[in-house]
Design a binder for this molecule. Structure first.
Ligand SMILES: Cc1cc2nc3c(=O)[nH]c(=O)nc-3n(C[C@H](O)[C@H](O)[C@H](O)COP(=O)(O)OP(=O)(O)OC[C@H]3O[C@@H](n4cnc5c(N)ncnc54)[C@H](O)[C@@H]3O)c2cc1C
Length: 497
């Protein structure tokens, strides 16, 4: 890429520098490139570790839509479409879900843009070369008549999951002429006359360069991979959480943005965290197993701590609306460990990609007492918990995992849906701990990704998107909104930059 000299005599390597190489950054790069801007994307990880957290995802992306007929124009054809029911999911429902799970702490303006532009954003990306499909294996259970009912407002995902998503992004960037450099640790912003003029970069060989451009778009992730920042902002104990995704999201660009005058945005004290395989050997930043280390079928069974006690409502809502807040609850249990318990009747209903993971942390036994002994839990305590649970289930209602069936277990704590007595051996215990996904606090911006200072003024030349943009989420999160937010605000930032 040839460089240009601007009026001040400074050399521009590009019109737009994008920092980071995940879904949000690549989306921003495409939006700038299709406008004819010269784009340089700088990614800290070496090429073989490309893709940020986005690589580790299932590719699940939450969009508003009007049912399956509305989706057909951009999802890949599947024979099962003819026997599938995909309930419409409106922008108003999407917004209401954000309000519900964050208890109203979501920024209303960012929310409005997200819920209205996620679907057009996916169609636009599909037009550029990304591929989408209905997620049968994650978001629908097959019914007895062979049909499928999708649930939980989350239906569409990338072909090939996160790996497919990022491979497609890289291919689109190449097609659009975006230059991508890996192994580029951007450690500071060039600030002149109150405006951002470029970035300072350390390459893998230790050499430092100043790279200038008209605009800089930050899509460099949160601070989830940084134990000190986690402990400082999320609290004591968070330094022990397992990192689910990339090891490179250390918050460096958030720190640099604040130093340049950006205001903090969003909730810095909470994050997205889930139940995660506790004992398997390599349970952090694992690029082979990626999302398979997560354990998301807990609404069907019960979860106990290592005292054999239940401590949360496994069936409070569909998994999409509770999974991101339950990692924290596991972290707070003794030794930050818990066990998901199922019986032989439930076992075939567990998500295959997760519960058939090679090397999974699981024990099984023909009786509850034997199972307890194997996981080091007092057998009498576990047997009492399971007996109480079984006896408290309202069996007057049919068990149906496709809907909130109201089949509650009226014990303490209550389980609001999907009560199913654990009575058929063998029994299974899956060891889980807390896996951190991403942090919710970041930089403050307007709805176009323009970074704001404490006075609410634009910080000229600086844009933000993805996990780095704070304000959408707090304490909890509706599944599939992270990738959607990256698409929407990446596209908006790249369109202006
Ligand atoms: C296991 C797992 C599963 C998930 N599943 C889903 C899902 O199915 N659906 C969903 O919506 N969300 C999911 N998420 C959340 C999702 O990953 C994020 O919301 C989203 O990918 C964030 O995109 P991003 O581009 O902001 O960040 P990232 O994809 O993390 O990209 C940030 C990039 O910035 C780079 N970087 C950091 N610092 C620097 C620096 N100083 N200089 C240069 N580059 C830097 C990093 O190396 C990284 O590549 C999942 C996350 C994980 C970990």
């Amino acid at each position: 890429m040839s460089s240009t000299v601007n009026e001040a005599g400074n050399e521009h390597v590009a019109d737009v520098i994008v920092v980071g190489g995940g879904n949000a950054a690549f989306t921003a790069a495409h939006a700038a490139a299709v406008r004819g801007r010269k784009v340089l994307l700088l990614e800290k990880a070496p090429q073989e570790l490309f893709g940020g957290n986005s690589y580790y995802t299932a590719g699940a992306t939450r969009i508003a839509h009007n049912g399956i007929d509305d989706l057909r124009d951009f999802i890949e054809y599947d024979d099962r479409h003819a026997v599938s029911e995909v309930p419409p999911y409106s922008a108003a429902e999407y917004a209401a879900d954000l309000v519900k799970v964050t208890e109203g702490r979501n920024d209303p303006e960012l929310t409005e843009v997200l819920v209205n532009e996620a679907a057009p954003g996916l169609r636009w990306l599909q037009g550029l070369g990304l591929k989408y499909r209905l997620m049968y294996e994650r978001q629908a259970y097959e019914r007895e008549d062979g049909s499928y009912l999708f649930w939980g407002g989350l239906h569409v995902g990338n072909v090939g999951g996160g790996e497919g998503l990022m491979a497609d992004h890289v291919a689109v960037a190449e097609k659009l002429g975006t230059e991508v450099r890996y192994g580029q640790d951007v450690f500071d912003l060039i600030l002149e006359g109150g405006a951002v003029k470029g970035v300072k970069v350390r390459a893998e060989d230790g050499s430092v360069q100043e790279l200038r451009a008209e605009s800089v778009v930050l899509g460099a992730g949160g601070f989830e991979s940084n134990p000190e920042m986690r402990r400082k902002h999320l609290g004591e104990g968070w330094e022990n959480a397992k990192i689910r995704g990339t090891a490179f999201n250390n918050g460096d660009m958030i720190t640099a943005g604040l130093a340049a005058g950006a205001a903090k945005g969003g909730d810095w004290g909470t994050c997205h965290s889930v139940q995660w395989d506790a004992f398997t050997a390599k349970n952090e930043s694992n690029r082979e197993l990626t999302n398979r280390l997560t354990r998301q079928s807990y609404p069907l069974g019960i979860i106990v701590n290592n005292r054999g006690e239940r401590f949360l409502d496994e069936g409070e809502d569909f998994r999409n609306y509770t999974y991101a807040k339950y990692g924290k609850v596991i972290l707070q249990q003794p030794d930050s460990i818990a066990y998901q318990i199922f019986d032989a009747t439930l076992r075939p209903m567990l998500r295959t990609e997760e519960y058939d993971m090679p090397g999974i942390s699981v024990e099984s036994a023909d009786t509850v007492e034997e199972l307890a002994a194997k996981i080091g839990v007092d057998p009498a305590a576990l047997a009492k918990t399971i007996t109480d649970y079984n006896e408290s289930i309202d069996t007057s209602k049919p068990f149906d995992p496709n809907v909130k069936d109201g089949r509650a277990a009226n014990t303490v704590p209550r389980k609001s849906n999907w009560g199913h007595p654990l009575v058929t051996g063998p029994y299974y215990a899956y060891g889980v701990t807390c896996g951190i996904t991403f942090t919710f606090g970041g930089l403050k911006s307007d709805t176009h990704g323009r970074v704001l200072d404490e006075a609410g003024e634009h910080l000229p030349g600086l844009y933000v998107c993805g996990e780095m943009l704070g304000g959408l989420f707090s304490a909890n999160y509706p599944g599939g909104s992270g990738l959607a937010a990256g698409v929407v605000f990446g596209r908006r930032a790249g369109t202006l930059a």
